[in-house]
Design a protein around this ligand. Structure first.
Ligand code: GLN
Length: 305
């Protein structure tokens, strides 16, 4: 498996030249466009690292999975889906387009920015500090890494420039979808996106989801079974924004991407995979990451379909 991972990464290195690092969050423009690395962490705790696996990155939209897990645990399925839908969106991740025409102005799903801002508002805690601490503790547990922290340069950069997200959040407040202080919720959202990790951390998070919500290293249940099932379903239908269908056809596993260049993938009952490649395609998905996942799916027969 190590050789397969190494070859798939090396065979796809050149494609990173056709992508661009995210620049709309200025600090992300400093990402290494050429980097490509991955980790496979299986449900028996074997860890395989290849390529530029030492590249640190911020999780960005991969945090939406952790936020959804917290929101579902803290509120239950009915309460969450009364405020956010579970249908795929054919629009970019930061689109405001459908908010006005959607029934009750509900965002389409928890993995576009609007839906993740709603989920952030639902995470338990009286203020942003408590809400963020809930999300932060959850990712520490899911990755078995207590040292995970925020990259404050990215956080400040995003907070300073995140005006589209601000527009989304104020619209949702006006539509009575989110309650409490909008800036506080945005602050928690920006901080969650700015959590800095390595591929091994994210492959471990994915391995818990692959293992039906139970940590492979301790046998402790970290995610209730029903929540875990819902999260896998939404990752499959909405995880790569408006390219989720193509990813399902070409790779065929629940996954979530982020503009920091990560793709987190869950191979049910087998393994968690994380790829990092900061050069993105025009949809905001890691251009090399998608190709690595396609190669791995072919070589290791990963598709669930
Ligand atoms: N923090 C980013 C944003 O809100 C996350 C987007 C992403 O990774 N797709 O724009």
């Amino acid at each position: 498996m190590k050789t397969i991972l190494k070859n798939v990464i090396e065979n796809n290195r050149d494609i990173t030249k056709f992508g661009q690092v995210a620049t709309y969050i200025p600090e992300l423009a400093k990402g290494n466009r050429d980097a490509l690395g991955a980790c496979i962490f299986d449900t028996s705790c074997n860890s395989i690292l290849e390529g530029d696996y030492e590249t640190k990155f911020t999780i960005q939209s991969v945090s939406k999975v952790v936020t959804l897990i917290c929101a579902l645990i803290d509120n239950g399925k009915e309460a969450v889906f009364s405020k956010v839908g579970n249908e795929p969106s054919a629009d970019p991740f930061n689109s405001l387009l459908k908010l006005e025409i959607q029934e009750n102005h509900k965002p389409l799903n928890p993995f576009i920015n609007a839906g993740a801002i709603v989920c952030t508002s639902l995470v338990s805690g009286d203020n942003g500090i408590e809400k963020f601490s809930r999300i932060h503790n959850m990712i520490k547990k899911l990755s078995n890494n207590d040292d995970i922290d925020v990259n404050y340069s990215v956080y400040n950069s995003e907070k300073l420039t995140g005006n589209t997200n601000r527009a989304i959040a104020y619209y949702l407040k006006g539509a009575n979808i989110i309650e409490k202080d909008v800036e506080d919720i945005l602050d928690t959202y920006f901080k969650s996106c700015s959590i800095e990790v390595l591929v091994e951390d994210i492959a471990k998070v994915a391995s818990v989801i692959a293992n039906n919500g139970v940590a492979p290293w301790s046998n402790e249940r970290l995610i209730p079974e029903e929540v875990n099932r819902i999260v896998k379903a939404i990752m499959t239908t909405c995880g790569l924004y408006d390219t989720s269908g193509t990813f399902s056809v070409n790779v065929g596993v629940p996954a979530k991407s982020g503009v920091g260049g990560c793709i987190m993938a869950v191979v049910p009952n087998r393994m968690g995979i994380a790829v990092v490649g900061p050069a993105l395609d025009k949809h905001g998905n890691s251009i090399g990451g998608v190709k690595v996942m396609e190669g791995l799916s072919r070589e290791l027969n990963l598709s669930i379909f």
